[in-house]
Design a protein around this ligand. Structure first.
Ligand code: PMP
Length: 376
């Protein structure tokens, strides 16, 4: 008998659904520079502090027991989240990063032909999860680098089924206020879901930042997502979560992998949540350096978009000091600094720079100062 894969040499190769082939695979940030043993990596919005020591200890402890399946309901993690933020734990779902939550919501609720609204240059995963389910993309250009809520409202049609709003946005770093989010929600049909992606929520300082948890508690069609990848420093463990209505939680729980968040990740996340002092100092550092980087780089003549996140975006479309996006990226690489050029988001002349520890931030400032002086 012939082996299975040689049975019929005339068989057609398998073909994915057509919408899958419209997806450009996600490309992550660079992680190394040839010739630099220890480059400064500011390209993926990771926290420069790493995780809380309590989270590392919990993770180590969980290494005794790797043969066991984890709690598929992440019961203790959900309880810890509910206690920390004053939420109903029945409305919480956890995922392998908030990326997985976004995928699951799209998979459970989008049908081919459904329309999905998002800002034109926002987080690329929204496009990927929408196309993966045959939805029609409705990107809306930003206004002054910020989500244009009026234009998004204008893009709503009877076919609109989902709106993604990264708040703060990645890669621009801008955020929208409570009043604008309320208007956007009010304009949506009840069977459309508004996803408020709060991956960078902990870093926000603007006073009118919307309370996504209150909104998702009050409205069945609002999903508020959060992650342990940023301020909690657990990106490699892949833990994210969402607060959502009963119907959304139920749908996600039907289709998610039964053990989608590993046990060591669950206990590390619980420990991270309880180390409030660690989190507070990471946020304070970010707030101080975000202002300093914004002011200094703008002072050197490189326009910075005011940010509410743990990174800043530079708009080099005016070629300040002769540097467009590609030239600035190359100059920084020569200094041993990796930043994110945003060509994949359709912004070839924009750079996104994560806020690092003081020496990394000083290195960035030194490099731009030299570039201002004409150094290449
Ligand atoms: N949303 C936004 C806006 C992000 O920038 C990211 C991280 N790049 C995510 C969600 C996903 O993060 P994670 O899957 O690590 O939770």
């Amino acid at each position: 008998m012939k082996p299975l894969n040689q049975r019929d040499s005339t068989a057609l190769v398998p073909s994915p659904r057509p919408s899958i082939l419209k997806i450009a695979p996600y490309v992550g940030g660079k992680s190394g520079i040839e010739g630099h043993a220890n480059p400064i990596k500011l390209s993926s919005n990771e926290t420069p502090f790493g995780p809380s020591p309590a989270a590392v200890a919990a993770y180590r402890e969980a290494s005794a027991g790797l043969e066991r399946y984890p709690d598929g309901h992440a019961t203790r993690l959900k309880q810890a989240i509910a206690t920390r933020y004053g939420l109903d734990e029945a409305r919480i779902v956890v995922g392998a990063g908030s990326d997985e939550i976004l995928q699951l919501v799209a998979h459970a609720f989008l049908e081919p032909g459904d329309e999905v609204i998002f800002s034109a240059h926002t987080f690329l995963i929204y496009r990927i999860v929408s196309l993966a389910n045959g939805a029609v993309l409705c990107p809306v250009p930003e206004k002054d680098w910020c989500a244009d809520i009026e234009a998004m409202i204008g893009a709503i049609t009877p076919r609109t089924r989902m709106v993604f709003l990264a708040n703060p946005d990645n890669p621009t770093g801008t955020a929208v206020g409570a009043e604008a989010v309320a208007r956007l929600h009010a304009a949506l049909p009840g069977n459309a879901i508004l996803i408020l992606d709060g991956a960078y929520a902990e870093y926000v300082t603007r006073p009118d930042y919307p309370d996504a948890f209150a909104l998702a508690s009050a409205h069945e069609n609002i999903v508020a997502t959060r992650t342990f990848s940023k301020v909690h420093g657990l990106a490699t463990l892949r833990v994210g979560w969402a607060l959502a209505g009963a119907v959304v939680c139920d749908a996600i729980n039907r289709i998610r992998g039964p053990f989608n968040v590993p046990g060591p990740a669950q206990v590390a996340a619980i420990a991270a949540l309880s180390d409030r002092a660690f989190e507070a100092q990471a946020v304070a550092h970010n707030t101080a350096w975000r202002t300093q980087m914004t002011d200094a780089l703008s002072g050197f003549g490189f326009p910075v978009i005011p940010s509410e996140a743990n990174f800043v975006m530079l708009d080099l479309s005016g070629r300040p000091h002769g540097f467009d996006g590609a030239a600035a990226e190359q100059a920084l690489l020569a200094w041993g600094i990796i930043v994110r050029r945003l060509a994949g988001q359709g912004l070839p002349d924009a750079l996104r720079i994560s806020i690092g520890l003081e020496p990394a931030n000083q290195a960035v400032l030194e490099a731009f100062k030299a570039m201002q002086g004409g150094a290449r």
